[in-house]
Design a protein around this ligand. Sequence first.
Ligand code: PDD
Length: 286
Amino acid sequence: MTCYLNGEFKPIEEACVSVLDRGFIFGDGVYEVIPVYSRHPFRLDEHLKRLQHSLDGARLANPYAAGQWHDLIHRLIDANPWSDQSVYLQLTRGVAKRDHAFPPGIPPTVFMMTNELVPPGEALKRTGVAAVTAVDNRWARCDLKATSLLPNVLLRQLAVDAGAVETVLLREGFLTEGAASNIFLVRAGAIVAPPKGHLMLPGITYDVVLELARENEIPCEIREISEFEVRTAEELWLTSSTREVLPITRLDGQPVGAGRPGPMFARMNAHYQAYKNLVMRAPKAS
Ligand code: PDD
């Protein structure tokens, strides 16, 4: 696998970062995960916009203009063997003697790698997945895609320990998101999603789902969602760049709705796949 590190493309085995890198020492960095279908990055401008938001929140300067990011990302995609990929991009505050304060005048570390992207298969979409709930005990800037992911890692492991795939997070009795995804509900024939804010990541897939709902005249509500509403939802979905839209059919061991993926999921998944196909056929942006 060819990766990118600080201006150079090289085999991943040859890419080295100092142990003093602030990403390693403090988790002092931000990242993005960009899905790629048939070598077309999906919603690249939106991912780069969110990267800028994370960089601003972390008070890190963006070393590249949008056009340079486009060029580097396309070169990374072309240098690797898979047609569908998930590009991982990370910037840290760079290498310096350990001190919490920002070190003056050092360049950031810029790293990108890519892996084969295998979206969830039809079998999984027919059964849905299991999730558990947990109290969202993360910080109050969950809108930043920060590399310091220990809380998310611990929360996600709760799901794995229970034989489930995701942890649905509740803060003061209200839904925020998943440990590594956004969460949607279906109630009374409408899609319901929590509003963006400091307590959840503004998901790129979240935006796509809401856009597709509006374009196809599916009713949707953006509002606070109580734990009771989560537990009594007709349908529950998780969304992310790597898992697209996936139905959650068991929550804390109880069936969600009828315990099978619902009709609204089938509708949204069809719209999502059709949209993906459009993106794949589009001429490649430079
Ligand atoms: N995670 N919320 C959290 C906490 C996430 O980590 C993610 C995605 C999302 C969904 O965002 P998007 O639709 O833009 O992928 C929401 C990525 C995939 C990850 O960390 O691997």
